[in-house]
Write a protein that binds this ligand. Structure first.
Ligand SMILES: Cc1ncc(COP(=O)(O)O)c(C=O)c1O
Length: 378
């Protein structure tokens, strides 16, 4: 079965463009740590990371969990890999085996890591996360002195970096950003002579606060096309129409009859549903693109399909519908879907990303690649 009903299109040229915009924004002295966790926000972690390693000259990657990093090592990512989120003690041997860098947030983990590294007589680079106001991972600023003392007990622990994470950087006016920067700056001033590497900003920090860039930045969302007007969405979602039919006036459409036809209405069935990341909140609110024109979603989104209004349109089975992405001069992006679904583009991208039925098709320089890793020699 080769013919797909619905699929994702991942535009690697757009990814490279976004990386260029981020590099221009931060300047050449600031390193880019490419955040590829959660399957590269749904874009396919393996291809995205190998592509960024080879064509984007990325020297450091970041994931959330150790399993993600092990996958990267196994497929040939040989650059630095940071594990951003706290991990459990069981993960410790794998940091050594796969040469991975923990971003440490607790004394328990630091002590366990130190004891393990001393017992094996193996050194490990460590980044320390500071909770400057995210209220999630990281040591409180008041604990940093004790962290440094603890590290002295374990000479095999090498302090390489200090990080923190912003809580509301999308909002330039939120004073909390300045508060967090002030706390980070205090840690920076006390340690900047120790040859440690400081990283603070994600996408919001990169684009809204140039003074927050320090030695490295950690873009996730912006790599994939969101967070600044100059960026281009990398992911598109398409499907082929599977059914076209006319409904009489006064006919209910879909579960719960949340839409009733007021005239003879031609509908088309689009084979993607909430199980594929097209959220139920888009019922009677979303729109798709068909031959460069918008068509409205009618009725509820089902698990596997939804219906659109194609009255007065020339439509046939197999016509391609753009659910997210460009069609001629029009676009539907993850930001639009997020606003209509009362969420954020992150959840839209990872929602499509988690859909097992949606295969990724990669494009580079306008060409569809059937096997990007071998075709681009990644
Ligand atoms: C610690 C950390 N740094 C960087 C990022 C990337 O953030 P963004 O996708 O907003 O660029 C994340 C994402 O959640 C994160 O948790």
């Amino acid at each position: 079965m080769n013919e797909k009903l619905a699929w994702k299109e991942i535009d690697l040229s757009a990814l490279l463009h976004n990386l260029k915009i981020i590099k221009e924004k931060v300047g050449e002295k600031v390193e880019i740590i490419a955040v590829v966790k959660a399957d590269a926000y749904g874009h396919g972690m393996e291809v995205i990371s190998l592509f960024l390693q080879k064509l984007g000259n990325i020297k450091t990657f970041a994931v959330a969990q150790i399993e993600e990093a092990i996958v990267l090592r196994k497929i040939g990512v040989d650059k630095k890999i940071l594990i951003l989120s706290p991990q459990l003690k069981d993960a410790i041997p794998y940091f050594f085996e796969y040469n991975l860098i923990p971003v440490v947030s607790s004394f328990e983990f630091l002590e366990e890591l130190g004891a393990y590294s001393n017992s094996k007589n193996k050194s490990i680079r460590v980044h320390i996360s500071v909770d400057t106001g995210m209220g999630r991972e990281g040591f409180l600023p008041s604990e940093i002195g004790k962290v440094l003392e603890t590290m002295k007990k374990y000479p095999s622990l090498v302090l390489e970096g200090i990080s923190s994470h912003l809580s509301c950087p999308e909002n330039k006016k939120d004073p909390y950003n300045i508060f967090q920067k002030k706390l980070f700056e205090e840690v920076y001033k006390s340690l900047r002579n120790e040859r440690v590497f400081f990283h603070f900003s994600n996408t919001g920090g990169i684009f809204n606060f140039p003074e927050f860039h320090y030695d490295a930045v950690r873009p996730g969302l912006s790599l994939y096309g969101y967070g600044d007007k100059k960026l281009k969405p990398v992911m598109g979602v398409k499907a082929k129409i599977t059914l076209v039919k006319e409904l009489p006036a006064g006919w209910g459409v879909g579960y719960g009859h949340t839409y009733m036809t007021d005239k003879i209405t031609k509908i088309a069935v689009v084979p993607i549903g909430y199980a594929d990341g097209y959220r139920r909140d888009l019922s009677n609110k979303g729109r798709v693109l068909l031959k460069g024109e918008y068509c409205k979603v009618l009725g509820r989104i089902s698990m596997d399909q939804f219906t659109i209004d194609v009255t007065d349109k020339e439509v046939k089975i197999r016509d391609v519908v753009t659910i997210m992405g460009y069609d001629k001069d029009k676009v539907i992006d993850a930001q639009e879907l997020a606003i209509l679904s009362n969420t954020i583009p992150y959840e839209i991208l990872t929602g499509f990303g988690s859909a097992k039925r949606l295969k990724n098709f990669y494009k580079f320089n306008g060409k569809i690649l059937t096997d990007p890793i071998s075709e681009l020699n990644l």
